[in-house]
Design a protein around this ligand. Structure first.
Ligand code: CU
Length: 139
């Protein structure tokens, strides 16, 4: 008999917790919808062209942006495939990248950058060693 009683209590507690959780979820979704949009709107888009001025170049090669969410729109103006890889100052730690940027294609990349210096390169077939790189200064 005491066993049955304990089980009954436990079930009651579980139902109570579920009801509370449901209320909490309802409260959260309600306030989120009224205070902030689901996706932050990017403050600006940085347009970059690959292979515009020469076969292995990025234009511009020096970019300065404000810290936070940064959108790069990278167009391949050349005749071969390229990549757009963002690295930390060390030049080896990848922040994020665009791959498969075939001739004529434009792709976007959204990254969150903290103040500091970053590098961007195309490492495809060693294009960075032919000059396909640049710097990003984040203030
Ligand atoms: Cu390339």
């Amino acid at each position: 008999m005491p066993r049955t009683r304990r089980r009954g209590l436990r079930a009651g507690r579980a139902i109570g917790a579920f009801a509370l959780a449901s209320l909490a979820v309802a409260a959260c979704s309600g306030s989120a919808a009224s205070t902030a949009p689901a996706t932050p709107v990017p403050s600006g888009v940085i347009a970059v062209e690959a292979a515009k001025d020469s076969a292995y170049s990025f234009t511009p090669s020096a970019i300065t942006v404000a810290a936070g969410s940064v959108t790069f729109s990278v167009k391949n103006a050349g005749n071969e495939e390229h990549e757009f890889e963002v690295f930390k100052a060390d030049g080896t730690t990848v922040v994020d990248e665009i791959e498969g940027l075939v001739p004529g294609l434009t792709k976007s990349l959204i990254v969150t950058l903290e103040p500091g210096t970053y590098q961007f390169m195309c490492k495809l077939n060693g294009h960075d060693q032919l000059g396909m790189k640049g710097t990003i200064t984040v203030n």
